[in-house]
Design a protein around this ligand. Structure first.
Ligand SMILES: Cc1cc2nc3c(=O)[nH]c(=O)nc-3n(C[C@H](O)[C@H](O)[C@H](O)COP(=O)(O)OP(=O)(O)OC[C@H]3O[C@@H](n4cnc5c(N)ncnc54)[C@H](O)[C@@H]3O)c2cc1C
Length: 424
């Protein structure tokens, strides 16, 4: 078994055309070469800006190349509950922003000819308990009559046509959701930005930022550069002078395993409609087929950080969970296991904007493949003065009480969610 991201292992590497900082001042310096940073770099370069992307590791090496490759429209949380909390008008506006995220991925894949198997497979939100089905039914009634007629409620019997297991109690089908090979996507996005003139410097963390005469002096490990504007597309960044952000984002581990390729007949039995699947638990499980017919099975497994030991332990838990859903896979080897850190906010909604002259976009809370694409693209306009476009502009972002950068409280949050999963 390989302890690395299947997506990064099965996509052509990104090849940077530069190994030194460019001469003179750049228009925009982007911190981070994930989906947010590369979507922004592409949009900015298309506008003719001189863009430099500084990436601490490799392009797509963090969450962007380590996720489930699902572009699921809708929210991480229950639509009915969120629209009650935010008001229907606001919830629908945000819902449309997630739809626009999937549309933006689809458009960029087409325009930049990114070969990443993007397709609108649809998503099944699977009821893990009978009561969860009732909750899905309430959300469906509101969605179907309003913001998303492309949704269907499937009873347990109807679900049989979509899934080769009796593990779940029905589902909400969201037809606009998509899936892709996210390694090929994030690297393709960066390659497209580079083709259009963006300069990428990998293994080059931003270590310091200073404002000077209307510009930023940016200290990186390769030297110092002047930039007119700076965009933080740095996810859960643990490097650099970003304490303000670290007090607002909670890095939460998430883990994945990928099986050996399945015989076509067995795959057709398990996932005949090839949907993206996720369940309703807080300790969520999600699964899908990869483009080369393996089963990817992921989840929170435990509230823990991702590191090689933790990934291996979580992989064992996920394997047991996978077999409880699909016992017929008992003899199928697991070929990949890895983990990553999800950039969670307290309310599981993203944040983007400007603070003290610095622009930022992050906190996608597990719904980032498409929202990072939308926000990266949109930041190019927001940085030109179009703050009105920003769907998250009215959302305050207070620091999380007691959070100083290391999430010491995660085991307690984990225990609370485990209890909730048991009781609800
Ligand atoms: C295991 C897992 C599964 C997930 N599954 C899904 C899914 O199926 N669907 C979905 O929509 N979302 C999913 N997500 C969330 C999604 O992957 C993220 O929201 C999205 O990739 C965030 O992109 P980003 O570019 O903002 O951040 P990242 O991909 O984290 O990129 C930030 C980059 O900034 C760099 N950086 C940080 N600090 C510095 C610095 N000081 N200097 C230079 N560079 C720096 C980092 O090295 C990193 O490469 C998942 C996430 C994880 C971890």
């Amino acid at each position: 078994m390989q302890m690395k991201s299947y997506w990064l292992d099965t996509s052509p590497p990104f090849v940077s055309a530069s190994d030194a900082l460019p001469e003179g001042k750049c228009d925009v310096l982007v911190v981070g070469g994930g989906i947010t940073g590369s979507a922004a770099a592409l949009a900015l370069a298309r506008k003719g800006a001189r863009v430099v992307v500084c990436e601490a590791g490799i392009v797509g090496g963090a969450a962007s190349g380590r996720n489930g490759g699902m572009c699921n429209n809708g929210f991480a949380q229950d639509y009915a509950a969120l629209s009650q909390r935010l008001g229907r008008e606001c919830a629908d506006r945000l819902y449309r922003a997630f739809d626009a995220g999937v549309d933006t991925v689809e458009r960029l894949v087409r325009e930049e000819a990114i070969d990443c198997s993007f397709a609108r497979y649809g998503k099944l939100k699977l009821a893990a308990k009978p009561a969860h089905y009732d909750r899905l039914a309430r959300s469906h009634a509101l969605l179907a009559a309003g913001v998303d007629p492309h949704t269907r409620l499937l009873s347990r019997a109807q679900l049989r046509e979509e899934l080769g297991t009796d593990h779940y109690h029905g589902a909400l089908l969201m037809e606009k959701s998509a899936g892709m090979h996210v390694g090929r996507y994030v690297r393709g996005l960066a390659q497209a930005a580079q083709r259009r003139g963006a300069c990428y410097l990998e293994h080059n963390p931003v270590l310091g930022l200073q404002r000077q005469a209307g510009a930023y002096v940016v200290r990186t490990s390769l030297g110092t550069l002047r930039a007119g504007q700076v965009l933080l597309a740095s996810g859960i960044s643990q490097v650099g002078p970003f304490g303000w952000i670290r007090r607002r984002i909670v890095p939460v581990g998430a883990f994945l395993i990928v099986t050996a390729p399945l015989p076509p007949a067995l795959m057709a039995q398990l996932l005949p409609t090839a949907r993206m699947c996720t369940d309703t638990r807080n300790f969520v499980n999600y699964f899908r087929a990869t483009p080369d017919h393996r089963l990817l099975f992921g989840g929170r497994a435990r509230f823990a950080a991702s590191n090689p030991r933790s990934d291996a332990r979580s992989g064992e838990i996920l394997h047991r969970q996978m077999l409880s859903v699909f016992p017929m896979l008992a003899d199928l080897p697991i070929e990949y296991c890895w983990g990553g850190m999800v950039d969670m906010t307290a309310d599981r909604l993203p944040r983007a904007g400007q603070r003290d002259g610095l622009f930022y976009s992050m906190g996608y809370s597990g719904h980032g493949t498409h929202m990072a694409t939308l926000m990266g693209t949109m930041m190019a306009d927001i940085m030109e003065g179009r703050a009105d476009l920003n769907p998250w502009k009215d959302f305050p972002w207070p620091a999380i009480p007691g959070h100083f950068g290391k999430p010491w409280f995660l085991p307690f949050v984990g225990a609370w969610y485990r209890l909730k999963d048991r009781l609800q």
